[in-house]
Design a protein around this ligand. Structure first.
Ligand code: ATP
Ligand code: MG
Length: 321
């Protein structure tokens, strides 16, 4: 059963170029994707490939340039006000930065009460019980003790657990987790990923997991979509995409080496050779051709390949196949 369908979605930003000119930055540029109920789909790609934009657009948090979004069979592309609010209740986000995404002046109890109040989901004793249950779910116990704390009293990992509890307290059907562990201490990452995976399974949540780390995508997801310059270039099961990657970009991502300069090694990012993508200047033909080791003149720099199913369930957009 399908929960979410994105149809030819594009999000183009207008960015300043010089004093008077603007130029479109095609952050997401024609993405079609569908997710089944209870499925975890990982979106992987380098910085700037459009992962966050895609995730936010799928939640109707960004203005679409074109395309349509269907949620549980309903076209939600143009929903407004009350109806949009109803969608918000069912579709939640877990953000990257547990330090800036939680109001430092609110107690954990207040942080978790807030969505219940906004959506009039529960109040009084019932709300209190939902808060304790959410804290128990993310293993912040004793619950009463954690509810009374303030964010500065918690570690980064504990704050991110609060972020997860806040996203799940409304029993959403769909959750976008945008690099949820990249700013968390390396020692707590695996534990938090395991926790998210088990809650996702327990509650049958449809999960979009955004990461630049293809190894964690393999562990955490049922399918992997590889993004490059606003497009999906490969899509398939973790076995297909990680064990038998077909797109030269996916192969490069897997072979990527850690950033050589430790000062730039933000969240252990890896680098692949060649100029990183910039969506204000998308090359003609295949978007990856200027960096591609298998570049074929007069094909790759002319024709833009479309995503095609080359094996059952394994899609790739590349002239080699
Ligand atoms: N509000 C905005 N205005 C203009 N350009 C934007 C805006 N948001 C994103 N972009 C541009 O769109 C492109 C894709 O950005 P996005 O944040 O979606 O990438 P990402 O894959 O999430 O990268 P990262 O791994 O660094 O988080 C980037 O070139 C970015 O500069
Ligand atoms: Mg991002």
């Amino acid at each position: 059963m399908e929960l979410l369908k994105l149809e030819n979605l594009s999000v183009h930003f207008q960015v300043r170029k010089g004093l008077f000119k603007t130029t479109p930055s095609k952050a997401v540029d024609g993405v079609s994707l569908s997710m089944n109920k209870g499925e975890t789909l990982a979106v992987v790609g380098e910085s700037g490939s459009g992962k966050t934009t895609l995730g936010r657009a799928s939640l109707r948090l960004l203005k679409l340039t074109s395309g349509r979004i269907f949620f549980d069979g309903v076209d939600v592309t143009d929903l407004k006000d009350k109806e949009l609010q109803r969608l918000r209740k069912r579709a939640q986000a877990i953000f990257q930065d547990p330090y800036s995404s939680i109001n430092p002046f609110m107690s954990i109890r207040e942080v978790l009460m807030e969505p219940l109040a906004i959506h009039k989901a529960a109040e009084g004793k019932e709300a209190e019980e939902r808060v304790y249950k959410a804290l128990a779910d993310v293993k912040l116990t004793p619950e009463e003790e954690f509810a009374a704390k303030y964010p500065h009293m918690l570690s980064g990992g504990q704050r991110q657990r609060v972020g997860i509890a806040r996203a799940l307290i409304l029993n959403p059907d769909y959750v976008v987790a945008d690099e949820p562990v990249s700013m968390v201490d390396a020692s707590s990452r695996a534990e938090i990923l395991h926790l998210m995976r088990s809650l996702q399974q327990k509650y049958g949540i449809t999960f979009l997991y955004i990461t630049h780390d293809i190894a964690s995508a393999k562990f955490f997801s049922d399918r992997i979509a590889v993004m490059y310059l606003g497009r999906i270039v490969e899509l398939g099961s973790p076995n297909d995409v990680v064990k038998d990657p077909l797109h030269p970009y996916t192969q490069a991502l897997i072979q990527a080496v850690p950033e050589p300069d430790p000062a730039n090694r933000l969240h252990e990012r890896k680098v692949i050779p060649g100029e990183p993508p910039t969506p204000t200047n998308i090359p003609k033909g295949c978007r990856f051709h200027p960096r591609c080791p298998s570049f074929m003149k007069s094909k790759c720099d002319v024709i833009d390949p479309s995503l095609a199913e080359v094996k059952p369930g394994h899609y790739v957009s590349c002239h080699l196949y």
